[in-house]
Design a protein around this ligand. Structure first.
Ligand code: NDP
Ligand SMILES: O=C(O)C1=N[C@H](C(=O)O)C[C@H](O)C1
Length: 234
């Protein structure tokens, strides 16, 4: 595949290494410093850019008939607008807050645990995410996905918020520590014990491999898909 990397930072560079190893060609490396490109040169685009750039990049792809893998977080207020445009243009699109196989398994574990804990009101939930200090958004996209899945499965919680321990709210603590690729922890605490599930990324290769596998899967398809479609889990 001829791949356009929209965003050539920490993730763009890791995706490049993995895509080349899998026999693909990188035809565009877009960044703030390199904003001029013709998206039609690519078979598919992989966007890991910045929250304020993602919607413009994705729209440009749909307008030019190029399928898009979107890993950028922090732009989800516009998600419905983007998926509506994809359908209108008969485009192809996958967004995932986290492309790694491990986190997608963790998502399923989190949903199952939330269902099991649903009627046990002696347990209070809390969530923590830890990332590197350059991260622009908080809480992380992955933490938002985890919280939304808990809200769908658990009777008590109707919303999430940063650092807000209210009865119907999942409190998320976001920590920023140099060099941490991404850790997510969900804890149910009672007066007698605690149940904790944790996913810890050791590096960015899992996210990058997942994004390339998703691009290989999406090429030639039309529609809006998720990593559940790609990985066939859950
Ligand atoms: N879904 C997932 O699995 C994962 C998602 N992410 C998300 O991916 C995004 C990128 O992360 P990361 O690589 O660490 O961030 P970086 O800051 O390292 O890289 C961001 C890149 O985007 C470029 N950029 C900014 N504006 C534009 C634009 N308009 N068009 C094209 N490129 C642009 C920057 O350009 P310049 O180099 O000139 O500054 C930079 O190269 C974040 O939102 C992060 O949360 C991260 C890991 C996994
Ligand atoms: O910015 C990052 O680095 C990451 N962002 C994603 C998120 O917001 O969840 C995925 C991963 O945790 C790394």
């Amino acid at each position: 595949m001829k791949i356009a990397l929209l965003g050539y930072g920490k993730m763009g560079k890791t995706i490049e290494q993995i895509a080349l190893k899998r026999g693909h060609e990188i035809v565009i490396k877009a960044s703030i410093e390199n904003p001029n490109y013709n998206i039609k040169d690519a078979d598919i685009a992989i966007d890991f850019s910045m929250p304020n750039a993602a919607v413009g990049n994705i729209t440009n792809c749909f307008n030019n008939g190029v399928p898009v893998i979107s890993g950028t977080t922090g732009w989800l207020d516009d998600f419905d607008k983007v998926t509506d445009l994809c359908k209108e243009k008969q485009g192809a699109f996958i967004y995932a807050s986290n492309f790694s196989l491990g986190v997608n398994i963790f998502f399923e574990l989190n949903k199952t645990l939330a269902k099991m804990m649903s009627n046990l009101d002696q347990y209070n939930i809390s969530m923590e995410e830890v990332h590197h200090t350059q991260k622009l958004d908080e809480p992380s996209g992955t933490a938002i996905s985890l919280a939304n899945d808990i809200i769908s499965e658990h009777n008590t919680y109707g919303k999430w918020a940063l650092n807000t321990p209210e009865t119907d709210t999942i409190p998320i603590v976001a920590k920023r520590i140099p060099e941490v690729p991404g850790t997510h922890v969900v804890t149910y605490n009672s007066t007698v014990d605690a149940i904790t599930i944790e996913h810890k990324a050791h590096n960015r290769e899992g996210f990058a491999l997942g994004a390339v596998v998703a691009a290989e899967w999406l090429l030639g398809k039309t529609g809006v898909f998720t990593m559940k479609d790609v990985l066939n889990i859950g």
